[in-house]
Design a protein around this ligand. Structure first.
Ligand code: G1P
Length: 274
C-alpha cells in the first residue's frame, strides 16, 4: 500500500563534528550498522521496497553502501566473515535505491519536495534516519503507521511525549484523541518555546504523507529559522482535511545528538551483540 520511503539525508550533521566532516551523519554506526541501514530495514519491514534518498554534497558513501562491492565480495568469499554481509546483501537484492540531490539547504519541507521526482503521485513514508526507532520483538514504528494508514488513508505523523523543557526541539501537535493513541491534529507548531507550546506531544522522524503535500510545500513560505517546514505544510493539510498523529509503541533514540547516540549504542549492544 505504501511502496516508497523517502530519506532526507542532505544535512551536515554539525553536532557530530569532527566525525561528520568527511562522512555523512547517516553513515554513523550504532554498533556495526550505519543509522540509515536501520531506517531502510524498518521501511522494508513496513512493506516499502523503493528507497528514495535525498542526498547532497559529500554523501556518496550512502550510495556505495547500498551497492555491491565486488572487491570486498571477492576478498571474503568462502570465509567466515561472509556472514557479516548477509543483511546488507539481502537489502540490495530486495530493494531499489534511487537518489536525488538537494543542492540548497532550505529545510526539511524543501528536502521532501526535492524528493517528489522519486515519489510521484502516491502516498509515501518518510524516515529521518537519525531518529532511530526500536520496538524490540514487536512491529516496527513505520509498520504500525502503515496499519493505521490502511484504516484512515491520510497523512500521519509519529509522536511521543517529551519533557516541556524539550518542546523547542520538535514540531508540537495539538488535537483530539479519536482512538487510543491516535489524535486528529487541530494545530501544529514548529519548535515552539515552552511558553508557546500547547502540549508536549512531539513529532518524531516518521511520517506517512499523501502526495497532495507536494503542492502545499510548493507554496509554503519559509517558517522557523527561515526554512521551509514540513510542520507548516502539514498544518495546511490538516486544515483542509485530516492529518493524524500516532503515539507509537517502542522506543526512539535521538541519534542526532551524542547522548541519544550513546544510549542507542548501549541498548543495541545489550540487545543484539552481547
Ligand atoms: C525535524 C522537524 C521537527 C521534528 C523533528 C523530529 O526537526 O522539523 O518537526 O519534530 O525533525 O526529529 P530537526 O530535528 O530536523 O531540527
Amino acid at each position: 500500500m505504501i511502496h516508497k520511503c523517502l530519506f532526507p539525508a542532505a544535512g551536515y550533521g554539525t553536532r557530530f563534528l569532527p566525525a561528520t566532516k568527511a562522512m555523512p551523519k547517516e553513515m554513523l554506526p550504532i554498533v556495526n550498522k550505519p543509522l540509515i541501514q536501520y531506517g531502510v530495514e524498518e521501511a522494508l519491514e513496513a512493506g516499502c521496497h523503493t528507497m528514495a534518498i535525498v542526498t547532497g554534497r559529500g554523501k556518496r558513501s550512502i550510495e556505495d553502501h547500498f551497492d555491491t562491492s565486488y572487491e570486498l565480495e571477492h576478498q571474503i568469499k568462502g570465509t567466515d566473515k561472509e556472514s557479516y554481509l548477509k543483511e546488507i546483501r539481502s537489502l540490495i537484492q530486495t530493494c531499489t535505491f534511487s537518489y536525488t540531490r538537494q543542492n540548497e539547504m532550505k529545510g526539511l519541507g524543501h528536502a521532501i519536495l526535492t524528493g517528489e521526482t522519486l515519489i510521484g503521485q502516491e502516498a509515501f513514508a518518510v524516515i529521518l534516519a537519525d531518529d532511530l526507532c526500536a520496538n524490540m520483538g514487536g512491529k516496527g514504528v513505520l509498520s504500525q503507521m502503515v496499519g493505521l494508514y490502511k484504516k484512515y488513508c491520510c497523512s500521519i505523523v509519529a509522536i511521543e511525549e517529551v519533557d516541556m523543557s524539550d518542546v523547542d526541539k520538535y514540531g508540537i501537535i495539538e488535537g483530539e484523541e479519536i482512538e487510543k493513541g491516535v489524535y486528529k491534529i487541530s494545530n501544529m507548531t514548529e519548535k515552539p518555546s515552552r511558553e508557546e507550546a500547547k502540549s508536549n506531544l512531539a513529532v518524531i522522524g516518521r511520517y506517512i504523507l499523501t502526495p497532495d503535500i507536494f503542492n502545499i510545500l510548493r507554496v509554503t513560505k519559509p517558517g522557523k529559522k527561515g526554512e521551509i517546514q514540513i510542520t507548516d505544510a502539514l498544518l495546511e493539510q490538516a486544515k483542509a482535511g485530516r492529518v493524524l498523529a500516532y503515539k507509537f509503541e517502542g522506543k526512539r533514540y535521538d541519534c542526532g545528538n551524542i547522548n541519544g547516540f550513546v544510549r542507542a549504542t548501549n541498548d543495541f549492544y545489550e540487545a543484539y551483540h552481547r
